[in-house]
Structures are given as structure tokens and as C-alpha cells.
Design a protein around this ligand. Structure first.
Ligand code: IMP
Ligand code: MG
Length: 175
């Protein structure tokens, strides 16, 4: 870990846990009898997904997808590339996309459009965090966790150049 990068806590693990529990209750209410497919966007959502699904006590399936819109830096390039993944089971299924953060919205808009064309029974988006000030395209977040300011955040799955994903709290990284 880079000891020179300064960071300050934005959300403690307890605040994150409360948000995850609230989202789990909302999702449980809506998907109890739907056997949904949760599609988690790698890598950032892996911690959130793990905590979320352990609070969902009903049948569901989990798939992973990898998209990239970042190089090594903090700015979105605005382009996305689809990695090969398990996308065969979209048609006719209730799909819930699990994201760590919606920033410009370009990644989510691309992925939702990609999935919609494969004719799911329903398609919704859950994001742990929402950096709404940065939005460049309209994205409807059906299950929204924590509003974050226009700062670069790390921890709880979120990285900067592949660092900090393992931290249990969410921090603002000074740029
Ligand atoms: P988009 O700009 O909404 O397309 O977000 C693309 C991706 O950038 C997100 O899924 C995250 O992986 C990453 N990202 C955006 N903002 C942050 C941040 O503050 N910290 C860490 N990753 C971020
Ligand atoms: Mg992401």
C-alpha cells in the first residue's frame, strides 16, 4: 500500500453495513419469488456482493462480468470493453446488476443497454454508491446505497490503481 497517499474516512464499516442491510431488505421484498440472476461488475463490486448476498435468504444465481473504462488513473476514459463472461442466461430471467459506484454513468448505461438487448424478463440496477454530480448520461439506480461527493473514493472493493480494495471502510483519496 502507498503510505504517502493521504486518505480520510468517508463511510465507516458500520455505516456501510447499515446501507447494505437496507438494500438487502429492498431487494428481498422485490425478488423473493423471482429466482433472479445477480450480475456483479468486477472487480469493484466483489466485497459489496459478498456482504449483500449473505443477507438474501431466497433462491438466486450469481454471475460476474468485467468491464473496463479506466486506465491506471482517476478519470473515466468514457469507453467500455466487454470481457467474455457468462452471458448466456439473460433471456427471460430477472436480472439485477450489482455495481460498486455509478460515476459518469457510462459503464452502467453501456451494460444495461447490452443486457436489455438480450431480452431479460426484467432489468434493474443496484449500486452501493452514487457520485451523482459527475453524471454524463442518465442512469436510473433502482437500489441506491450511499450518496458520495465528487471525490475519488477507495476501500470496500473500490480501488485506485488496484490498491485499497481490501480496506473495510470507504475513504476519500486526496488527489
Ligand atoms: P462510470 O464513470 O460511471 O462509468 O464508472 C466507471 C467505473 O469507474 C466504476 O465502476 C468504478 O470501477 C470506477 N470509479 C468511478 N469513480 C470511482 C471512485 O471514486 N473510486 C474508485 N473507482 C471509481
Ligand atoms: Mg466498477
Amino acid at each position: 500500500m502507498d503510505s504517502k497517499a493521504k486518505r480520510s474516512v468517508l463511510f465507516t464499516r458500520d455505516e456501510i453495513a447499515a446501507a447494505v442491510s437496507r438494500l438487502a431488505a429492498e431487494i428481498r421484498h422485490d425478488y423473493l419469488d423471482k429466482n433472479p440472476v445477480l450480475i456483479a461488475v468486477l472487480k469493484g463490486s466483489f466485497v459489496f456482493l459478498a456482504d449483500l448476498v449473505r443477507q438474501l435468504d431466497f433462491p438466486l444465481e450469481i454471475e460476474f462480468i468485467r468491464l473496463s473504462s479506466y486506465g491506471g488513473g482517476m478519470e473515466s476514459s468514457g469507453t467500455v470493453k466487454m470481457a467474455p463472461g457468462a452471458l448466456s442466461k439473460i433471456k427471460g430471467r430477472h436480472i439485477l446488476v450489482i455495481e460498486d459506484i455509478i460515476d459518469t454513468g457510462l459503464t452502467a448505461a453501456f451494460l444495461l443497454d447490452y443486457l436489455r438487448r438480450r431480452k431479460p424478463a426484467s432489468l434493474k440496477l443496484c449500486s452501493l454508491t452514487d457520485k451523482a454530480d459527475r453524471r454524463r448520461v442518465v442512469v436510473n439506480i433502482d437500489y441506491r446505497g450511499l450518496a458520495v461527493p465528487d471525490k475519488f473514493i477507495v476501500g470496500y472493493g473500490l480501488d485506485c490503481d488496484e490498491k485499497y480494495r481490501h480496506l473495510p471502510d470507504i475513504y476519500v483519496l486526496e488527489q
